[in-house]
Design a protein around this ligand. Structure first.
Ligand code: ARG
Length: 466
């Protein structure tokens, strides 16, 4: 059979035991270079640290280490400038780079893979990549938060209806509503930062699965690569992808939040709500209906939540039932992960640009808050403060509301005499609690919608954010 073997087509890096060349389709089917070349710089950094560690422990001569480092530098430049000749025959990013290194520096290049495997190499590379991606994503989420703070700050006293069940519930300030979004993103950042702790653990040195017979110094590589610690078990180190699942879970929750905000922006920019104006640069028109201005950016962000949730499910399903240790299945982690990073970054960027540019239509918000009996709870609370049990005051106000519906008038538009028909406890002072301003100002405790509280929340948020 050896005569069938064409050394040009047999993979030079693992072809030794093979007697025939890989089927052409199988070669393309199993290759990952089309997508894992994205982590080439991380792969080079991983190799730099590995080579230096091998020099440090005496496994490689310092001369070889020097050659390897110089070779890797030139390959890094070549990749950066787009001149690197990626080849599907060489399967993945690791073998492309290693083969190129050997072409350039000869035998020293062939010694680089001493004491490691692509299994610990890829696990290390993705963690290096994820660490950087999380840092960039957190920075973008913080930019969005700054935008939210400026929008909230200019709308501390702007009153709008607050909703439950999407029915008018109680008046709130627009600033308070925006600060609710801010809190969602704060939790997202905490989750991502927490996930980063488990990302920043080094698999390198686990080799294929069992460790290596060479005298390696994992602590040394760990310091070179800036990991917080060394993975404690070699089998776990090469097979674990929890960190990728966790990242996608955190990303799905961010997207869930962005989709909720999107839904509100879409509703609010409709003619029916008409609460906000989204600047034209975040919208598009219709090819048939000349009057249309569609809120495409929030709609698309809402839609993209689906694909990120899908990637989370892909990774969970990918890892389900995988026996220890490394399995080729794991190669399928990259595309969902990369697309999650790209999608999340794009959505955060769009939101960070758009949120501070939103123009609230203050009068429309106020008019809407005056409809729907938003201060009914305030009247019930007023009666409780006069000594009536809450269940009774609820009933009394319910009757007043029914009268208002019949008359087409808000509670604040009724005369004192009319209100007194529902309860003799109602006195002149009632009108201060029935106004929108009185209603929001009365909710004056930590986390409440009173403008003073919203102002304090913004100040403390700004201090937290730095
Ligand atoms: N391309 C592979 C991956 O993404 C790299 C590791 C391959 N290891 C192996 N034993 N085939 O997971």
């Amino acid at each position: 059979m050896a005569k069938d073997k064409n050394p040009k087509e047999t993979n030079q890096l693992w072809g030794g035991r093979f007697t025939e060349t890989t089927d052409e389709f199988v070669q393309a089917f199993t290759a990952s270079v089309s997508f894992d070349q994205r982590i080439a710089q991380q792969d080079i950094n991983c190799s730099r640290a590995h080579a230096r560690m091998l020099g440090h422990t005496g496994v490689l001569s310092m001369e070889d280490v020097e050659k390897i480092l110089q070779g890797l530098d030139s390959i890094s430049d070549e990749i950066e400038s787009g001149d690197f000749p990626w080849s599907v025959e060489l399967e993945d990013v690791h073998m492309n780079i290693e083969a190129r290194l050997t072409d350039r520096i000869g035998d020293a290049g062939k010694r680089l893979h001493t004491g490691r495997s692509r299994n610990d190499q890829i696990a290390t590379d993705i963690r290096l990549y994820m660490r950087e991606a999380i840092d960039v994503i957190i920075a973008e989420a913080e930019r969005l938060q700054h935008g939210m703070l400026s929008l909230a700050e200019s709308n501390i006293d702007v009153i709008m209806p607050g909703f439950t069940h999407l029915q008018t519930a109680q008046p709130v300030t627009f600033g308070h509503h925006v600060m609710a979004w801010f809190e969602m993103i704060s939790r997202d950042i905490e989750r991502l930062a927490d996930c980063r702790k488990r990302v920043n653990v080094m698999p390198l040195g686990a080799a294929a699965l069992a460790g290596t017979t060479y005298p390696i110094d994992r602590q040394y590589s760990c310091e070179l690569l800036g990991f917080d610690s060394v993975a404690a078990n070699s089998l776990d180190a090469v097979s674990d992808r929890d960190f990728a699942i966790e990242f996608c879970a955190a990303a799905s929750i961010v997207m869930t939040h962005l989709s909720r905000m999107s839904e509100e922006l879409v509703l609010w920019s409709s003619a029916q709500f008409d609460f906000i104006d989204l600047p034209d640069r975040f919208c598009t028109g219709s090819s048939i209906m000349p009057q249309k201005k569609n809120p495409d950016v929030p709609e698309l962000v809402r839609g993209k939540t689906g694909r990120v949730n899908g990637h989370l499910i892909s990774l969970l399903t990918l890892m389900k039932s995988q026996p220890l240790a490394y399995n080729k299945d794991n190669q399928e982690d990259k595309e969902p992960l990369f697309d999650t990073v790209d999608t999340l970054m794009g959505c955060l960027r769009a939101f960070a640009d758009m949120i501070p540019a939103i123009k609230p239509k203050k009068q429309n918000m106020r008019d809407a808050a005056l409809k729907g009996f938003a201060t009914a709870t305030d009247l019930a609370d007023y009666l409780v403060k006069k000594g009536m049990p809450f269940r009774d005051s609820h009933e009394v106000v319910g009757k007043a509301v029914a009268f208002g519906i019949e008359q087409g008038r808000d509670l604040s538009e009724m005369s004192l005499e009319e209100l007194q028909k529902f309860s003799g406890d109602i006195e002149e002072g009632v009108f201060t609690v029935l106004t929108l301003e009185g209603s929001v100002a009365a909710r004056n405790h930590i986390g409440g919608t009173a403008p003073d509280q919203v102002r304090a929340a913004i100040i403390s948020a700004r201090a937290r954010l730095g």
